[in-house]
Ligand binder design. Sequence first.
Ligand code: PMV
Length: 338
Amino acid sequence: MKSSAIAPANIAFIKYWGRKDHKIFLPLSTTNSMNLSNCLAHTTFEFDENIKTDSIIIIDSNKVEKEIKKESGGKNTMLFRTLDRIRDQSGTRLKARVVSELTFPLGAGIASSAAGMAAFVASGFMAAGMEEKVNDIPELSREIRLSGSASAARSAADGFTELLYGESHEQSFVRMIAPPDHWDIIDLVAVVDSQEKSVTSSEGHEVAETSPFFNARVEYLKEKPDQARKAILDKDFATLAELSEVDSINMHAIMMTSTPPAFYFAPGSIVLIHKIRQMRADGVAVFFTFDAGANAHIICTKEHLSHVKREIEALQQVKFVIENSPCVGVRIVDKHLF
Ligand code: PMV
């Protein structure tokens, strides 16, 4: 059977770094985000008796094609484990062919895994005939989380979403905070460095607890997801700006003080931090947030978009900008890639 899905990447306001449980990828606190309309993965998944070996291919917006190898480790290996899990749950023994097309460049330091994982899991379970699981958003998000990325699970629901902290697999699932049209804020991804990150997020989650500041972060996170949730519901830009910038820097402090440490910022990241703080001091509704990478996510209101975009694109460190609105989560689609 053949099935296709489209899923967005997302940008977290209150992030997760470090896990409660590494085997089932439980985040150590509730984490929330917004789906990104122009950072999408479109995946076609087929189980067929004529397919002799499993194959997974990713094609990016520059038409660069990459065959994923089972033994390459990290999230690549997790895709093959997920494929085995889909087979186990559905009872099929057929081999699979998977092709995934991204709307953004691969290896440009843009978190592609959330979009890719979410589309992989949804199209995979659908192709294996498990439609009920795919239509049950909390359950789908648990499966996406189990595939190795709690951040990807946030892409299961629409618009502004949160993945709940939980002590067990059952308790940690996604729910929508607000639909995409609730608030027309924009995320400009400013690419300053296109290198693959040297420390993967999985490696980072595993050593986060070695930071002397880790317990302080866990304590601080107790109230932040609720505050960010309220700021989103109230469309309170100033509060969300304050919470997100502090959270992003707080997370990077953990990264830089873990053993071994991880430094994700590039010179251009620091230039952007200063630029955005200055713009906000001048009255522009804008803030920054960074994931495990050098590229800034610059959030602004629609009203200030053209000004912010012009200022950002004028910086020599910025190679290109991807503009995103809030969008729906993972969807099954009729259009197949093969
Ligand atoms: O879900 P993972 O393992 O790719 O980790 C994501 C980590 C961050 O992007 C840095 C934070 C987040 O919550 O998105």
